[in-house]
Design a protein around this ligand. Sequence first.
Ligand code: FES
Ligand code: FES
Length: 147
Amino acid sequence: MQITCTINGKVHRFDCAPESRVLDLVREAGMTSVKAGCGEGECGACSLFVNGRLVNACLLLAPQIQDAEVVTLEGLQEETAAIRESFAEHGAVQCGFCTPGFVLRAYDYLSHGGERSEEAIKAALDGNLCRCTGYRKIVEAIVKVKS
Ligand code: FES
Ligand code: FES
């Protein structure tokens, strides 16, 4: 089937099977910030925005992005600069595999007026897993993002 959508503002057309995962399509289109982690909606490594909503690309099938506006971290470099800097400053990145997902989660949270308390941020990060950092530094980095 043919799927047409925009990714980071550019039109993309995919000739793919209906059961193709959006995760694989966007990575094939060059958006490698979208990571193939658990593949079952548990880790948040494959996060991206579809029509303004943060979702797990491993759980979406190709027809679900027909005519949609897809945005990945590659398309939000300016908007996430302060968050990425804070992650670097506070040592919230180790292997980096989970980082794009955490940065997008933090961006979504903060841009919706999320509270800067550790408790609220921990709750907001519930759908994102990291195997390296122990989360403390990630939470600290988000609390201290410069606005
Ligand atoms: S790879 Fe999609 S949630 Fe883990
Ligand atoms: S920094 Fe390695 S998985 Fe999070």
